[in-house]
Design a protein around this ligand. Sequence first.
Ligand SMILES: *Cc1c(COP(=O)(O)O)cnc(C)c1O
Length: 477
Amino acid sequence: MELIFEISKEGRRGFIPPKMDVKPYKIESKYTRKNAPKLPEVTEGDVVRHYTNLSRLNYAVDTGFYPLGSCTMKYNPKLNERVASLSGFSEIHPYQDSKTVQGALKLMYDLGESLKKITGMDAMTLQPAAGAHGEYTGIAIMRQYHRSRKDFDRNEMIVPDSAHGTNPASSAMNGFKVIVVESDDRGMVDVDELKKVIGPNTAGMMLTNPNTLGIFEENILEISKIIHDAGGLMYYDGANLNAIMGQVRPGDMGFDVVHLNLHKTFSTPHGMGGPGAGPVGVKKFLEDFLPVPTIDKKKDKYVLDFSHKKTIGRVRSFYGNFTVLVKAYAYILTMGEEGIKHASEMAVLNANYLRTEISKILKVPHNNICMHEFVATTLPLEEKGIKALDFVKRMLDYGIHPPTVYFPLIVHEDIMVEPTETESKDTLDRFVEIVKKIYDEANEDPKILKEAPHTTPVGRLDDTRAARYPVLRWKEE
Ligand SMILES: *Cc1c(COP(=O)(O)O)cnc(C)c1O
């Protein structure tokens, strides 16, 4: 596609300003440009077509099925966008006197209360701007807790080998040594292995439940007890709450700190670097460590509370990504308690339906009842020279966004599928049909897969080069 600079023609305009009716003002020449800015000269129609066409080069959850495991690409109701764009939300300023933004503060307060109820936690901060940022915040709180008790030797964080990559990263960023504990052959934390790695240096454990294989840790209460008895704290990675919201609560499983990804579970758009929100909830004994300010209610007034004495400090300017919070709040209100419970039931039902159907085609190593997602593998196709990457790239030709691949690390050539509750049985059946078709192609004509995708604007990119040397600026030749 041509760049907007390339379709530029001298003299074309999208807008003609009215004749000036004030006297020209002479600006000192040191403040004025020497050359005109090199802006594209195009009509309004050119602009609309250009950006509409650009947007169509991209795959989105609004254009089709997006079963990206661990990412919860569910449909985002447009009502939430409408609400977030109301001027009372979108045209306020964080420096405004809190008396004049009571509605916004109430929204944040109420959202915090709802999230406390959903997670079983006692206090919340809405500041962190993403899941990884929430993890960083939560682990910093754990570190500060141990320090406040002069328990300086607790420098080890236990992380299972199925963990999301951000878990060891957040631990390391907070100065912890990462201790990996292996999974057993059912894909759960191996309790005997866990017992071997705990000790006086254990600061805590980071866990997600269901884990990244989509499996619910049956021994979660025993695991929490082992960590607590060793003097550590339990951290819950709640990025994907889709399987359990309204069913069970991390607070009841023995977790002390939890972060949520509002941009996954609570239906605010994400991907392509859009804004997120990673609120962190804690049990009462950790409340004083939360970032300031939190939002409090005094009589019937909402106030910013800076009183936390042991606070880890601010982790983000102001109060977080406010409009993301508005969208999540709108989602929770429109769903209600019953709706949220129903959504998790449907998410699990959809995942199990797909798991059952897909396991008739591809190998599913842990083929038991799963939660919101499951992991299949293309390893048996290796003799045809087919990798998981080839398999999923071919899906693009059939109009499906590829699922997550090569994560979690403990299953080789894996494909991680998360359908979410917002997809119909028709969509799931179509997906199964496409997987079957690609499987047959892999056996009959593997070259089609090796060279896929064939129908997209670009084929296979050099991922490393694209990440290391991105070309983000147009330069005139
Ligand atoms: C997505 C995800 C994260 C990280 O969230 P970001 O908002 O991308 O930083 C952490 N843990 C799990 C399990 C996730 O799926």
